[in-house]
Design a protein around this ligand. Structure first.
Ligand SMILES: Cc1cc2nc3c(=O)[nH]c(=O)nc-3n(C[C@H](O)[C@H](O)[C@H](O)COP(=O)(O)OP(=O)(O)OC[C@H]3O[C@@H](n4cnc5c(N)ncnc54)[C@H](O)[C@@H]3O)c2cc1C
Length: 491
């Protein structure tokens, strides 16, 4: 970072800070909001709980990355039966620093559902199109300019053999020029620290990292933010005319509720619960430099979709914890193994509540019987696909659950997924402060302003009215851009 930009990074904050616009949280929602407001000449302070690290501070998808950039090292759980492990970024750039970069626009039928049920105004496909187009250029959304990873191709081949819809998903990546079509191209994820954060700094935005906003209060026509700066173990009070909360779908409602703002806040958390299957193939499908798998199977979308996960030895070892008697396979054969997932759009929902004296909120999430049936169907179909692709053994993420082989096929799967033993996870969380004019269910208006409160906005995944059924960051970026321009009177 050049000297002039690093001047904008506050490392030794005074006890009192003042700005026109404070933005809390620097993930895709917060980074884009702060950047556009600063570029419009406004005085902006971006506050982030996690550290300000470069994208290169650790190897992507490594244990170091979990320690440096994940909230609680990735050990966060939504309580319920089954419980769902969820993962959030906690660093400048938020989830964009640790994610796979798989890009989608919000499906038109989802926007229509939001318009109908949430009375969301001015957000149909045509309204969002210009924002998608600009964001896609800003973060360089593109296809892989060469060979996809073998494990990703296996998923695609299995789907095509069954006549199911499967395709490569574009990503926000910049690739090195490809010379050899037989190797997987190397590239750099265009996270927020590579795109909107440097732009924001250049436009004069200040950044205060390692600082958690504990509570907010409206007093004397200003917002006051009581914050803790971790490195100096000091308290910082920030005063702002306008306040944007962008802490992500769990932390945004947690902060608002801690501050006594509770109307339709944290009552409607949604996610894409995901069940995993580790597949063993006769030939090598994984390697240390395989990159991110890029194919998804959308034959059964929006009910469920399939994809391939990062399958490094560390991730495989974690996945095989459910099958302790075969865990040694990872030591001996990890290159022949890969992790796949079925990700669903559920009808269940969750809540976020603050617990006195606890730092983290209590997150609860309930899957309905119908959701569990859908997940089981997803698991069955994914297993069929993987056998079609040549897998010899499959290990579903069910504790000491059945192992499926070419002989048993899917017959060993239970009739119902056991609630206590099925291990679900998610990396997609949203809808905890839904937007729209339907004040019975919406926390904020159609442009992110909190109903009934002055100069307070939400601009992150919390706004999405329901689960979009596709990877969400594309939606979050476009909506943050639209809402920032609306705030500036530039729509
Ligand atoms: C491993 C992983 C892989 C993913 N892969 C994809 C993908 O391929 N495609 C896709 O579209 N999506 C993907 N996602 C999801 C995507 O990253 C998130 O939807 C997106 O980052 C959410 O953006 P956000 O702005 O709502 O919040 P976040 O990115 O969660 O950022 C919120 C930030 O606010 C900070 N914060 C929270 N509370 C406070 C506070 N009180 N004070 C100060 N700061 C605070 C947090 O530390 C965090 O940095 C993935 C997510 C993960 C974790």
């Amino acid at each position: 970072m050049s000297n002039s930009l690093s001047d904008k990074v506050i490392t030794n904050p005074p006890e009192q800070l003042r700005c026109e616009i404070a933005v809390v949280g620097s993930g895709p929602g917060g980074a884009i909001t702060a950047c556009l407001l600063a570029e419009a000449g406004r005085n902006v302070l971006l506050i982030e709980e996690g550290p300000f690290l470069s994208l290169e501070s650790c190897i992507p998808f490594s244990k170091d990355e979990m320690v440096q950039k994940y909230r609680n090292g990735g050990l966060t759980v939504a309580m319920g039966s089954p419980k769902v492990q969820y993962v959030e970024g906690r660093c400048v750039g938020g989830g964009s620093e640790i994610n796979s970069g798989l890009y989608y626009r919000t499906p038109a039928e989802i926007l229509e559902k939001w318009r109908r049920e949430f009375q969301l105004e001015a957000l149909d496909e045509a309204d969002l199109l210009p924002h998608f187009e600009v964001c896609e250029q800003d973060v360089t959304v593109c296809y892989l300019p060469g060979k996809p990873p073998d494990a990703s191709l296996k998923l695609h081949e299995g789907a095509i053999a069954l006549g199911w819809k499967s395709f490569e998903v574009p990503r926000w990546f910049q690739y090195e020029e490809q010379v050899d079509q037989m190797t997987v191209p190397k590239g750099t994820r265009q996270s927020m620290t590579k795109t909107f954060i440097p732009r924001a700094l250049k436009a004069g935005c200040q950044i205060l990292a390692n600082t958690r906003v504990q509570v907010i209060r409206f007093q004397g026509n200003k917002w006051l933010l009581k914050s803790d700066h971790a490195p100096l173990a000091s308290h910082v009070q920030i005063e702002a005319d306008y306040l944007f909360i962008c802490g992500g779908a769990v932390q945004t409602p947690a902060l608002l509720r801690r501050s006594g703002i509770t109307n339709n806040i944290g009552n409607s958390l949604q996610m894409h619960p995901t069940i995993k299957v580790t597949a063993h193939f006769p030939e090598n499908v994984s390697s240390t430099d395989m990159g991110v798998p890029v194919h998804q199977v959308k034959e059964f979308a929006p009910r469920f979709s399939f994809g391939c996960s990062i399958s490094s030895p560390a991730y495989l070892a974690l996945a095989m914890n459910d099958h302790p008697t075969d865990r040694h396979e990872v030591d001996q054969n990890w290159q022949k193994m890969a992790i796949y997932y079925a990700m669903m759009t559920p009808s269940g929902r969750g809540t976020i509540r603050c617990v006195p004296k606890f730092r983290d909120p209590l997150v609860r999430y309930g899957l309905t019987d119908g959701d569990l049936k859908t997940l089981l169907e997803g698991l069955q179909k994914l297993s069929m696909l993987l056998f079609e692709a040549g897998a010899t053994t499959l290990y579903p993420s069910i504790t000491e659950g059945p192992k499926l082989t070419k002989q048993t096929k899917i017959n060993n799967l239970p009739d119902t997924l056991p609630r206590k033993l099925t291990n679900l996870m998610t990396i997609h969380l949203f809808s905890s402060c839904p937007m729209g004019e339907n004040q019975k269910i919406c926390a904020v208006d159609s442009f992110g302003k909190v109903h009934g409160l002055k100069n307070l906005y939400v601009a992150d995944a919390s706004l999405l009215c329901t689960a979009p059924g596709v990877n969400p960051q594309g939606s979050i970026m476009a909506i943050a851009r639209r809402n920032a321009l609306h705030f500036l009177g530039k729509l």
